[in-house]
Write a protein that binds this ligand. Structure first.
Ligand SMILES: C[S@@+](CC[C@H](N)C(=O)[O-])C[C@H]1O[C@@H](n2cnc3c(N)ncnc32)[C@H](O)[C@@H]1O
Length: 208
């Protein structure tokens, strides 16, 4: 199913249904960004605000962008401080929502819906001040190879959202071609079971 339509529907149950990928990525983001300094944050694909709620405790200003009005509506119900600005936009289009430079751009469980990483990371890099950071938290490619895709349940059955596989090297090459260098790479395991493939890949990049 097309991404915007899918998330408008999924928004009704995104926060309430069991979703260990969603929950583990929240842990990954908080762990990786725990010691990273930032005051101006651009959150791409904020969804229902799972991470916005944490980012706004760390930043003076958060611009939180999403394609889906349904997801944004849920986020707006929960998050009211005027230090957070929600914007409906498609990141495949020019990023007109950029207002000034940011110290941190985050992507949580978003880039699996984006076919071409280079133009999106180019927009991210040009949104950043020198020394700024990009955080990426994604379903691990190992899970993608095994067939896992973003999905949710309806009365009619399971709906699968349009997804694209990205290898670890794809992320790193797209980053490097935009002047973003890898600082940290982490893998997070479901129920901490390291005998199984990791579920979440997280990357911290810095603009040189
Ligand atoms: C799996 S949800 C993740 C939401 C949130 N970041 C989280 O971790 O819970 C993916 C989000 O990316 C958004 N998204 C997908 N493609 C997008 C695009 N082209 N432009 C902006 N947002 C997009 C969807 O609308 C959805 O809210």
């Amino acid at each position: 199913m097309q991404v915007r339509e899918a998330y408008d529907l999924w928004s009704q149950q995104y926060d309430t249904s069991d979703n260990r990928t969603r929950d583990l990525e929240a842990v990954a983001l908080r762990t990786m960004l725990g010691e990273v300094p930032f005051t101006r944050c651009l959150e791409i694909g904020c969804g229902t605000g799972k991470n916005t709620q944490w980012l706004m405790t760390r930043a003076q200003r958060v611009t939180a962008v999403d394609l889906s009005e349904g997801m944004l509506a849920k986020a707006r119900e929960k998050i009211t401080p005027d230090t957070v600005q929600f914007v409906q936009a498609d990141i495949l289009q020019p990023w007109d929502f950029k207002t000034g430079l940011f110290d941190l751009v985050t992507f949580s469980l978003v880039l699996e819906h984006i076919e071409h990483l280079v133009p999106v990371l180019k927009e991210a890099a040009t949104s950043l001040a020198s020394g700024g950071y990009v955080y990426i938290g994604e379903l691990h490619p190992f899970k993608q190879y095994a067939g896992t895709k973003a999905h949710y349940s309806t009365e009619q059955g399971v709906e699968v959202v349009t997804c694209f596989d990205h290898h670890v090297s794809d992320f790193l090459q797209a980053a490097r071609s935009n002047g973003l260098e890898l600082l940290q790479l982490s893998e997070h395991f479901d129920t901490d079971d390291r005998s199984k493939p990791p579920k979440i890949l997280s990357l911290l990049l810095v603009k040189k």
